[in-house]
Design a protein around this ligand. Sequence first.
Ligand code: FE2
Length: 318
Amino acid sequence: MWFAILPSSQLKNKPVGLKRLGKDIVLWKDAQNRVNCIEDICVHRKAKLSKGKVVNGNLQCPFHGFEYYGDGKVTVIPAYGRKYKVEDRFRVKNYYVFEKFDFIWIWLGEEKPESAPKFFDDINESFSYSDYGELWRVPFTRSVENQLDVMHLPFVHYNTIGKSGKTVVNGPVVKWIDSDKFFFYVFNEKEKGFIAKKPEELKIEDSSIYLEFIFPNVWQNHISENVRVVAFFSPVDKESSIVYIRFYIKLSKIKFIDRLVAKSGMAFNKIILHQDKRIVETQKHNIFDDLLVQGDLPIMEFRKRIVKNKELFKDFLP
Ligand SMILES: [Fe+2]
């Protein structure tokens, strides 16, 4: 399974050491500008490789100059001389990496990846964007679920995006598009003395708002054809995750102007994000004691997949 872990802009010429998916990893770009990812620990005497540098496309340990190839194998031990053929046991774990849409994904799972990570096909080069990221002191399940939550708007965002006070949550309707992607349609309305409708009583065509989610950690709010908010929820460890937000705009056909609009619009997105963070960080980390209600349907769909992958996610879920 592919996990979105880092915006491409944060990986330049130097190696970058990160904690992601409960593991210490190091990323670097080789001579072909491809991203490589291995465990951030030298097989020799366990120094952090991310403190080293890139030499001829390989990652060089800062301690004794051991050079690592992208597959995790040591290719040079300088103390033996560069001609020496290094034994196969000198290796660390490597991870499959994919870079696209200005983002980096790593593969989690024993088997090899069969296809590329999914993204939103309708976001193309004609969009400009601004971006922002911050650490939340909750596991990624909590940060993802906040973005699947259509009930909190009139409460958490009572003076911003929830201002209209639509507290009654009809549905919502969740529709799986393929094995990893679902859409969810929102039918919230003001309290008028009626009981919320069940999803089967609703028609997708009657909803004016829909959002998209790609399991495990990419989300899109389809505000309009030309305005989108995308979020990546990158698991750090059992206690924390990083939320990366992108505000995509395609309004004027002039990239420079769109970028300016996207940049100024990010200020508002940050206000919304901080209204969420303030509450979400108070949640208990373990999701399995929650008592969910009908309005939590998108969260329930997400959890079905979480439960299926519990073993695979054990390093970063409480
Ligand atoms: Fe929110």
